[in-house]
Design a protein around this ligand. Structure first.
Ligand SMILES: C[S@@+](CC[C@H](N)C(=O)[O-])C[C@H]1O[C@@H](n2cnc3c(N)ncnc32)[C@H](O)[C@@H]1O
Length: 302
């Protein structure tokens, strides 16, 4: 509840606007108020740029212990299908062991899938993954989860605290990784261009950037049903299962503020990556899942 209280308090002082469901999604560029500090979005609220990070941190502090359960409940298990498709598209292990970084990796859900895929499909036990997250509670939950797996206490997995927008050069040197993954994390960051810049820096030439994120639904009718479900059922589930409505309200709102697929694809290009064409599907810069509820964007550092 800390996050909701903090968010309410911050907003009482600073909120300059509330937005409607389909309002501008320009989360990526901050705005300079004539009289006040630079502002950005925290869900549908406008907050000073420097407070977003701590607000997001409080959300994930609050949801960490129930995060995996809530993911299953909110998506009726569908997030597993999206993550499995993401991992099989990346096909880890197919070209030999890889050095991977999973940023905003939270409880290690993607890392575990990548390692399992490489081992089961290619008998690869040498691929390594650094799971990086800004939130220690999420990392702790991930570490505990990995204790039950064969990867615990092996060089294959490491949990490290770090901000996606500014990965310390000493810990995350340039040109290090073959694969950079970020799943359902980038929309929570204050500056998407800064995240992309860091991704480009830490990848080796030839390395792959792959982002799985909630996106824009293509079909208006399906979109209306999805909106209805998200805004009524998800905060309710947050209240019942996690005792925290506000954090889940934020999660739903933050999805609507993220740029649509072509705009995000252009940001990946602007960061220096080579992508497919500016369209959805095979040969394109992104691949939609479930009519765009989520989408996978990929780019290569040449
Ligand atoms: C919705 S969770 C996704 C976790 C995991 N990738 C998954 O798919 O299950 C979002 C994660 O992003 C992390 N996060 C938010 N802002 C971040 C930042 N600036 N740098 C690193 N991690 C961040 C949160 O702490 C949280 O663990």
């Amino acid at each position: 509840m800390l996050s909701s209280t903090l968010a309410r308090r911050t907003c009482r002082s600073f909120c300059s606007a509330r937005f409607h469901l389909r309002s501008s999604h320009n989360q990526t560029s901050s705005q300079q108020n004539a009289e006040g500090p630079k502002t950005t979005h925290f869900g549908f609220q406008t907050v000073p740029e420097e407070s977003k990070e701590s607000l997001v941190r409080n959300v994930f502090d609050s949801v960490a212990s129930s995060y995996d359960l809530m993911n299953d409940a909110m998506s009726l298990g569908v997030h597993r299908l999206w993550k499995d498709e993401y991992v099989s598209l990346l096909n880890p292990g197919s070209k030999g062991p890889m050095k991977c970084i999973d940023v905003a990796g939270g409880t290690g859900d993607i890392a575990l899938r990548l390692l399992d895929f490489a081992r089961e499909r290619y008998a690869d036990r040498e691929t390594t993954i650094d799971v990086v997250d800004i939130n220690t509670e999420m990392l702790k939950a991930g570490y505990t989860r990995f204790k039950k797996t064969m990867y615990h206490n092996t060089p294959q997995i490491a949990f490290r605290e770090g901000n996606a927008q500014a990965l310390p050069e000493e810990q995350f040197p340039s040109n290090t990784y073959d694969l950079y993954t970020i799943a359902f994390g980038i929309r929570n960051c204050t500056s998407v261009p800064d995240v992309l810049k860091e991704a480009y820096r830490v990848l080796k030439p030839g390395g792959t950037f792959a982002c799985l994120e909630f996106s824009k639904v293509n079909n208006p009718l399906f979109g209306a049903v999805y909106d209805q479900y998200s805004f009524s059922v998800i905060p309710l589930l947050g209240t019942i299962l996690a005792g925290d409505r506000a954090s889940y309200q934020y999660l739903v709102e933050s999805i609507r503020k993220f740029p649509p697929q072509p705009e995000f694809a252009q940001m990946i290009v602007d960061a220096g990556f080579t992508t497919g064409g500016m369209f959805e599907g095979k040969g394109g810069a992104w691949r939609d899942q479930w009519n765009g509820i989520a989408s996978i964007h990929m780019g290569v550092k040449l």
